[in-house]
Design a binder for this molecule. Structure first.
Ligand SMILES: O=S([O-])[O-]
Length: 477
């Protein structure tokens, strides 16, 4: 069984290859507006907390105010206009999930967070920590309520356990599910066999369970699923939004764009996409796959409202995303670590655009049976370009920023063609926050503010795509 909160960071996986998480939710006591389950046998004392839902209708973003490009208004299966109000955010305690849950709540949606808090557990297991101190999910939600008067319901549990998920669905009755609840790190999935198996089981089974829950209990519910631009790999042709029209031997068809994922994590997202596409066809599920680029930034309008709402900011080699990591490296005088030649081009977006994109997808739902794919990013950069931008911004602040090339732990092209389409979210009304000097300045200042919390041992890559083996690793560097 996993030894939680162990300072020696020893980690054991159960025979089923899952980090041992159970039992996170066994409800027993109910009082006032909260249902609490306390399993005090786990060192990580978990609460299953569900505020009783007020059934009053709230002002919601009106789908009809934003142009969808669709000819007929989106309808429920009974023919009424479909206006989502109740949104379930799976993975709502994570980096993108927390920012999204608050944003949707702020915009007038009723929001429930579903999370098993495993992301916090990964940090304990691997000896990592967010640059920013983050409050417990219970304190975060309480703080939001006292600042805004808005309630967010909370369901703690694992969506891979169908009984938990079905109870949650029946209780909350979502109109839309935003699914961030996956192991989201490529390096994590390449640490060892057990993490590779965990990533694919967790991600693929979790999504499959969500699809079954929608079919069984909420057939009009719109699934907004976080995919990744990494599903496409780096083909030597333009990357379209989900589909490509091909003429072959004189015949033409529009087909799913080829997938060339390059880690067990990215492959889990490819498998998800196939399962979702199939269930849209077979069962009439309505779904949007948001193939998201690399997210940077930390503040959104909502998380900036109070320090207890502060989002996590990962800078380590497992969960840290490129630009955020470079800013922390610059702040503490660690050279920026470019992997290999650094000519890898990727698609990027500001976390303020993540929350905007999800809101747009929800407000403009897919039709029943439709499997939409949106490429969710705003700009493309080479890794070396990002390093140059951070170097320049650092110099302005008086920081001495150096860049080094480290042996590339990944198997990937280090120089390649890359040109991706991203018009669908813009057509729905996305107003991008492009990467500007002022954003990099503020990220750098942010990193400087918290630099005493930086553990430089977390920075260098320790997970190799070629050396991944069957022996369970307790440390990654
Ligand atoms: O919270 S996450 O996505 O690292």
């Amino acid at each position: 069984m996993a030894q939680l909160l162990s300072s020696s960071c020893s980690l054991t996986f159960s025979a089923s290859n899952k980090p041992c998480l159970k039992p996170f939710h066994q409800c027993s006591t109910s009082f006032s507006n909260t249902v609490v389950c306390d399993n005090s046998k786990t060192p990580f004392r978990q609460l299953f907390l569900r505020e009783q839902k007020p059934r009053k209708s709230l002002a919601v973003v009106n789908a009809s105010t934003i142009s969808t490009g669709q000819e007929a208004p989106v309808q429920t299966s009974s023919g009424d206009p479909f206006k989502p109000k109740r949104v379930m955010v799976i993975g709502g305690d994570g980096y993108c999930g927390w920012a999204t849950a608050l944003h949707l709540s702020n915009k007038g949606y009723e929001v429930a967070i579903v999370d098993n808090l495993v992301r916090r557990l990964f940090d304990h297991q691997l000896g990592l920590d967010s640059l920013t101190p983050i409050s417990s999910i219970q304190d975060r939600i309480q703080c939001w309520k006292s600042l805004t008067g808005k309630s967010i319901e909370l369901y703690i549990g694992d969506i891979c356990e169908f009984e938990f998920l079905s109870e949650t669905f029946k209780s909350y009755e979502p109109d839309a599910v935003v699914h961030f609840g996956e192991q989201r790190s490529a390096p994590y999935s390449m640490i060892d066999r057990s993490r590779a198996v965990y990533t694919q089981q967790n991600n693929v089974v979790g999504t499959l369970n969500v699809l079954f829950a929608i079919k069984e209990y909420r057939e009009d519910c719109h699934l907004v699923k976080l995919g990744t631009m990494g599903e496409y790999g780096t083909p030597n042709i333009d990357i379209e939004e989900g589909y490509i029209t091909i003429t072959h031997n004189g015949r033409t068809d529009t087909l799913p764009y080829p997938k060339q994922a390059s880690s067990f994590y990215h492959l889990s997202k490819v498998h998800d996409s196939h399962n979702i596409a199939f269930t849209c066809k077979a069962w009439g599920i309505r779904a949007t796959d948001l193939n998201q680029g690399v997210v940077y930034g930390v503040r959104t309008d909502e998380t900036a409202m109070h320090e207890e709402l502060c989002n996590r900011f990962d800078y380590d080699a497992i969960f840290g995303t490129a630009l955020n990591r470079f800013c922390v490296q610059a702040a503490v005088g660690h050279p920026l670590t470019v992997y290999g030649k650094g000519g890898q081009t990727r698609a990027f977006l500001d976390i303020r655009d993540t929350v905007q994109c999800v809101e747009l997808a929800i407000a403009n739902p897919a039709n029943p049976g439709e499997f939409r794919v949106f490429n969710q990013f705003t700009e493309q950069f080479k890794v070396t370009e990002l390093a140059e931008l951070v170097t320049k911004a650092g110099e302005k602040l008086g920081l001495d920023v150096k860049t080094i090339s480290v042996p590339n732990p990944r198997v990937e092209l280090e120089e390649h063609y890359y040109n991706c389409k991203n018009t669908k979210l813009v057509d729905l009304g996305l107003k991008p926050h492009f990467l500007s000097d002022s954003l990099i300045d503020s990220l750098l200042n942010f990193a400087v503010q918290y630099k005493d919390r930086v553990d430089t041992k977390q920075i260098m890559p320790g997970v190799s795509w070629r050396k991944v083996g069957v022996k369970t690793k307790t440390l990654t560097s």
